[in-house]
Structure formats: C-alpha cells, structure tokens
Design a binder for this molecule. Structure first.
Ligand code: SAH
Ligand code: DHB
Ligand code: MG
Length: 219
C-alpha cells in the first residue's frame, strides 16, 4: 500500500531537509536507465543512514546489497578522511552501475563494491574487520545469516541496521508463507534470545510504502 500523503510528506522532507545533488540524482537516474529496480532507500532514509554513521564517528562501513550505490553514496559521505566502505553485490550489472555512480560521486577511494554472493564473501572479510556500521539490504531470506555475520565482523559498539523488515505489516503474521517475511520473522526470533546485541525495530511510512528497519548495537 502506498499513500499519497506519505509521498507528499516525504517529498516535503526531501525538499526542506535532505536535498539532493548531481551525484545522488545521477545514481538514481542511471539506475533507472540501466534497468535496475527502483528500490533504493528513500532520500530521507539515505540521510538517516548518513547521520547514524556520523553520530557514531564511523570509520568503516559494511553494506550488504549495493544496487546502484545510492545508499552507498550517503554512507560513504559520512566517513572521515581514510574511512572505508565495502559493499557486497551479487549482480554484476548492478555492481558495474554502482561503481560508475561511486566514481561520479568522487568516492572511488572510499567505497568499494565487491562482487559475489554475500554469504560467500562474508567469511573472507575477517582481516578487514571490525566494521563500525552494517547496513543489511540484500535478499531478505538470508537476513538472519547476514545479521550473525555482522555480529562476528563487528565489535562492541558496532551498529547493525536491517532494511525492509516490516513489509506492510506482514512482520507480525505468523502464518505468512512469504520467504522474505519468514526471513524477517526469523531475525526477530533470533534477536529475542541474542544476548550479544540490543535491538529494536521502527516502523516507517513514506515513498517506499509501509515498512521499517531494525537497529541493533553490539553489546
Ligand atoms: N542498498 C541499496 C538497495 C539494495 S537492493 C540502496 O538502498 O540504494 C538489494 C540488492 O541486493 C540488489 O542489488 C541485489 O542484486 C542484491 N543482492 C541480492 N541477493 C544478494 C546476495 N545473495 N548477495 C549480495 N547481494 C545480493
Ligand atoms: C525490495 C528490496 C529492498 O531492499 C527494498 O528497500 C524494497 C524492495 C525488493 O526486493 O522488492
Ligand atoms: Mg531496502
């Protein structure tokens, strides 16, 4: 479900507080022109990710699910000189588009896209850990596994954000047979008994409809 008022308010927030610029707009435009799905985070959400990374003074970010690098650019821009962002992407066309968008944003020395299925790449990242911020935004079935890897590749104080966990409210439907819904429900069941993190989930509405994100800090 999408609601006209949610769109109007998100547009107003973008216009007043978030803004855009050539690199962000080009990331969205080239993604559309190259046939990528229009599922990047909204401008307000991109800025939110940016603010989280800034308020943590993050120096390293691991993103799982790059698409055209829209969220990547928001996060990479939050990093200080010498900061590093690694983004994992399974689709080589998405990775190509993303790399061009990162270059256009002047962030090629900050943000790297690594091609491959995230579950295959994650076990190779121990020598690049710990990461300060994790943004989990790839296939939803594997969210619990991505979350476990994020704990492993984090440190006390690392923050893990998981996109798209409310799914039009289906998060609370135990009868759902949708694989993505089952994935986000398994995440919540796992977090119920996970002493290594403290977490909550916030519901959101806006240009992306009714959804939400989980945020956790590693204890
Ligand atoms: N974070 C992006 C949106 C990501 S969309 C933004 O907000 O701008 C989800 C992306 O995850 C897609 O590009 C998809 O190809 C990728 N993906 C799906 N399954 C994956 C997997 N197993 N490993 C890595 N990336 C995956
Ligand atoms: C989808 C994926 C996303 O990460 C998102 O934010 C919205 C939709 C999807 O796969 O449909
Ligand atoms: Mg998403």
């Amino acid at each position: 479900m999408k609601n006209d008022q949610w769109n109007e308010v998100d547009d107003y927030i973008e216009e007043t507080l978030v803004g855009s610029d050539d690199a962000l707009q080009a990331a969205l435009d080239s993604s559309a022109a190259e046939g990528l799905p229009a599922i990047a985070v909204s401008p307000a959400q991109g800025k939110f990710l940016h603010l989280i990374a800034r308020l943590l003074h993050a120096r390293s970010v691991l993103e799982i699910g790059t698409l055209g690098a829209y969220s990547t650019i928001w996060l990479a821009r939050a990093l200080p000189a010498g900061g590093r962002l690694l983004s994992l992407e399974v689709n080589s066309h998405h990775a190509d588009v993303a790399r061009k968008n990162i270059a256009r944003a002047g962030l090629s020395s900050v943000a790297e896209v690594r091609l491959g299925a995230a579950l295959e790449t994650l076990p190779t990242l121990r020598h690049e850990a710990p990461f300060d911020v994790f943004f989990i935004d790839a296939d939803k079935v594997n969210i619990p596994e991505y979350f476990r890897w994020s704990i492993d590749l984090g440190r006390s104080g690392s923050v893990i954000i998981v996109d798209n966990v409310v799914r039009d409210g289906a998060l609370a439907d135990p009868a759902s047979k949708d694989e993505a819904v089952m994935g986000v429900r398994r995440l919540h069941e796992m977090l119920r008994n996970e002493p290594r993190v403290s977490a909550t989930t916030i519901q959101t509405v806006g240009v992306k409809g009714y959804d939400g994100f989980t945020m956790a800090v590693v204890n």
